[in-house]
Design a protein around this ligand. Structure first.
Ligand code: PLP
Length: 409
């Protein structure tokens, strides 16, 4: 393949896929690959899911785009559906995760200005990834991604991930904090799970200080971690002392409910979409002329997202993701738990990381040669983000192929 007319923003692997079905992709030479990455947490229903294909084809034959100058009933329907599923009140649609986060950042800033705060400041995390636009790049916690793009934006301060006391300290030292933005599990940062009581304690701190709690669920959303949104796994008091609700608050308004949630990736199974959801006062911060997107929430993307949500719900795929995740993690632990090269196997649902002690630069290519699509992030973390429609056998096959690749089978 000749890449010469493409800007070299990606170091591409020497393979091109022709078509896919479920968890499998076939390349242009007819070779089959087991996809343990889902287009980076996008095709959660697998490739060419018939329900999504049908929705896209039907909608494409009717109407693809009209612009947000007019009512878009499918967008309105999708917004209501996402709000009902998340406990949020209103939605802004863009086309990507970065745009969803950009909307959240603008929302937080505008909310700050409305309160008379001149330099509204957002706390963001070390190791975070929020996108590649200038605001989301500034919010991202990777110097490598930021280098060469200075000046970055003002109005951000950085905290260690998972440390609520550090957030409180920053709040004491920094005037004008308006929001905290974080991922419930850091994806690009290396599948980093915070302490179990983290979200509940961040919620409590945000309430005490009048900050917006903003969750980037671009990678964790769409059912991948065992619930439609990752925050729905969190008990309001989990880990923070004995829980008197016995878990009953999980996923309800009495549990951990952020003020703003951003989603993208898996919501339309591959059709570009991004959304910023907000509740309460935060839902009414943005008004006419404050923000916009030509394509955002167009009929095609909305139809694909509605079909994706239908299948996620009907087939109870979030719960299935939890079961499959356990299966893969225990398979990996059985195979590599004692392996001196491996530091830790972790994750939740189908967001799985195996951290090596040393960088593993050749692993992705070795896996490709074995017909397995995986990713390495943060240099040392093998990242698995397989589709939620895996069979048990396919889940086991991922582990088996990794054993072969890493010289154990
Ligand atoms: N936020 C998170 C947590 C992500 O993982 C990503 C992409 O990997 C983004 C935002 C950016 O999404 P996009 O590439 O669609 O702009």
């Amino acid at each position: 393949m000749n890449d010469s007319a493409l800007m070299a923003t990606y170091r591409r692997l020497p393979v091109a896929f022709d078509h896919g079905e479920g968890a499998w992709l076939q390349d242009t030479n007819g070779r089959r690959y087991l996809d343990a990455l889902s287009g980076i947490a996008v095709c959660g229903l697998g490739h060419a899911h018939p329900r999504v294909t049908e929705a896209i084809a039907t909608q494409a034959a009717r109407l693809v785009h009209t612009s947000n100058l007019y009512e878009i009933p499918l967008q309105t329907k999708l917004a209501a559906r996402l709000c009902a599923a998340s406990g949020m009140d209103k939605v802004f649609f863009g086309n990507s995760g970065a745009e969803a986060n950009e909307a959240a950042i603008k929302l937080a800033r505008r909310a700050g200005h409305a309160r008379g705060i001149d330099v509204p400041t957002i706390i963001v995390m070390q190791g975070a990834f929020h996108g590649r636009t200038m605001a989301t790049l500034t919010a991202t916690g990777s110097r490598g991604a930021q280098a060469g793009f200075e000046p970055l934006l003002g109005g951000f301060v950085r905290a260690p991930y998972g440390d609520v006391d550090a957030l409180a300290r920053i709040g004491d030292e920094t005037p004008d904090i308006v929001a905290v933005l974080l991922e419930p599990i850091q994806g690009e940062g290396g599948i980093v799970l915070p302490p179990p009581d983290y979200l509940a304690r961040v919620r409590a701190l945000c309430d005490a200080r009048g900050w917006l709690m903003m969750l980037d669920e671009v990678q964790t959303g769409a059912g991948r971690t065992g619930t439609l949104f990752a925050f729905q796994n969190a008990c309001a008091r989990a880990g923070a002392g004995p829980c008197d609700c016995a878990g009953a608050c999980v996923g309800t308004p009495a549990g951990v409910l952020p003020d703003v949630v951003t989603i993208a990736k898996g919501i339309a199974n591959g059709v570009p979409i991004g959304a910023c959801l907000a509740r309460g006062a935060a839902a009414d911060v943005l008004g006419p002329g404050n923000h916009g997107s030509t394509f955002g929430g167009n009929p095609l993307a909305a139809a694909a997202a509605l079909a994706t949500l239908d299948v996620l719900e009907e087939a109870q795929l979030p719960a299935r993701a939890a079961v499959l995740g356990e299966r893969i993690r225990s398979g990996l632990t059985a195979a590599f738990g004692e392996d001196p090269r491996v530091n830790e196997i972790r994750g939740r649902g189908l967001m799985i990381g195996m951290e090596f002690r040393e960088p593993v630069p050749a692993l992705v290519e070795r896996a490709l040669a074995e017909g397995l699509l995986v990713n390495v992030t943060a240099e040392r973390v093998l990242r698995l983000l397989p589709p939620l429609v895996l069979s048990d056998e396919e889940a086991d096959e991922i582990v088996l192929r990794l054993r072969r690749i890493l010289g154990d089978a």
